[in-house]
Design a protein around this ligand. Structure first.
Ligand code: SAM
Ligand code: SF4
Length: 328
């Protein structure tokens, strides 16, 4: 019998975001401090065997899709090997990766051989100076080369961009044009007020859409089904790819959220915006059985919060939640 994980509101949780490291080779303004990051000891991070054991249990309970994330997942050696192993777990139908693209070009052959089902590349700018300001590192050309190489390798690619007033605002139509010229989905994601992101001034999805309409004309929603997440898609005429909008703040999609998150330290989180989590590493290393772990997972999943309160100032906006530690 196929099992499903349900929370107390009846939402089916079949999607896991799996953070395999909290380390990163960039220092994006909205995600990490510029320096002085306190790394947790390596031993605090789950080993690949430990991730696989938990993912096998989660696959048995009802998780069907896994997104490997971080920190930057490609800084953890052997990421492609882990992906191949995740792909072979019973119940797991899709394994994809979210990356900043910096190390992607050289890893592509191994990722393709592992059977990776898709890549999300985070790219907020095409301009080297803005890239340096935003990520505090140089090398946007490396990311653009990796994007072309991933498309040539035949792996479905999505580009994720966070629109920020006064930073990449003027470039948004140029970023969207990547989807005009290449078969990629370019998605604009509203910045969530978590951690250091509260210091920045994000554009809403509506403001971004207006900026794009100035260049590409009226955007009419695509009626067919594209993707299986919360993005709304558009296919302007003359586009090879698609444009998407993900508006977690202005158009909360918490009511249909299907996600669980597992951090690199082995904490299971049912919601990005709340403190609630469960330490699975201690029982995992302390001899707990699969049944014990499964029961703990189901109990936590049932308590998934109903939604965030970013707009009303309630909940946890601005609390020191750190995307690179939770897994974005
Ligand atoms: N390092 C990888 C990357 O950049 O794609 C994976 C981890 S990163 C935390 C995942 C995604 O989270 C990135 O696309 C980043 O832009 C996004 N992100 C980080 N902080 C965010 C925030 N406060 N609101 C919305 N998206 C955020
Ligand atoms: Fe690193 Fe991704 Fe955070 Fe940027 S958004 S600092 S690339 S984890």
């Amino acid at each position: 019998m196929t099992r499903t994980i349900k929370d107390s509101q009846g939402r089916v949780l079949d999607y896991l975001r799996l953070s395999i490291t909290d380390r990163c080779n960039l220092r994006c303004l909205y995600c990490m401090p510029g320096d002085g990051v306190e790394w947790r000891p390596h031993g605090d991070m789950l080993s690949f065997e430990e991730f696989l054991r938990l993912c096998r249990i989660l696959g048995g309970l009802g998780i069907r899709k896994i997104k490997v994330t971080g920190g930057e997942p490609l800084v953890r050696r052997g990421c492609a090997t882990l992906i191949a192993a995740l792909k072979s777990l019973p119940g797991i139908e899709q394994v994809t990766l979210t990356t900043n693209g910096f190390l992607l070009e050289e890893e592509l052959p191994r990722l393709a051989a592992a059977g990776l089902d898709g890549i999300n590349i985070s790219l907020d700018t095409l301009d080297e100076e803005t890239f340096r300001r935003l990520t505090r590192r140089s090398g946007v050309d490396k990311v653009l080369r990796a994007l072309r190489a991933a498309l040539e390798a035949g792996i479905p690619v999505k580009v994720n961009c966070v629109p920020l007033r006064g930073i990449n605002e003027k470039e948004l139509p140029d970023l969207a044009a990547l989807a005009r010229d290449q078969p990629v989905a370019v998605r604009f994601i509203e910045l969530m007020p978590l951690g250091r992101a509260v210091k920045l001034d994000p554009l809403t999805g509506g403001e971004t859409a207006a900026a794009l309409e100035g260049r590409f004309g009226k955007l009419t929603p695509w009626k067919g089904r594209l993707g299986n997440g919360p993005a709304r898609y558009y296919v302007p005429s003359g586009f090879t790819g698609t444009l998407g909008f993900i508006d977690p703040v202005s158009q909360s999609f918490c009511g249909s959220c299907n996600r669980l998150r597992l951090t690199s330290q082995g904490r299971l989180k049912p919601c990005l915006a709340e403190d609630l989590d469960l330490d699975l590493r201690t029982p995992l290393r302390g001899g707990a059985s699969d049944d014990d772990l499964a029961e703990a997972i189901l109990n936590l999943a049932a308590r998934k919060p109903g939604g965030h309160h970013f707009l009303t100032g309630g909940g946890t906006p601005g609390q020191p939640q750190e995307m690179f530690r939770i897994g974005g």
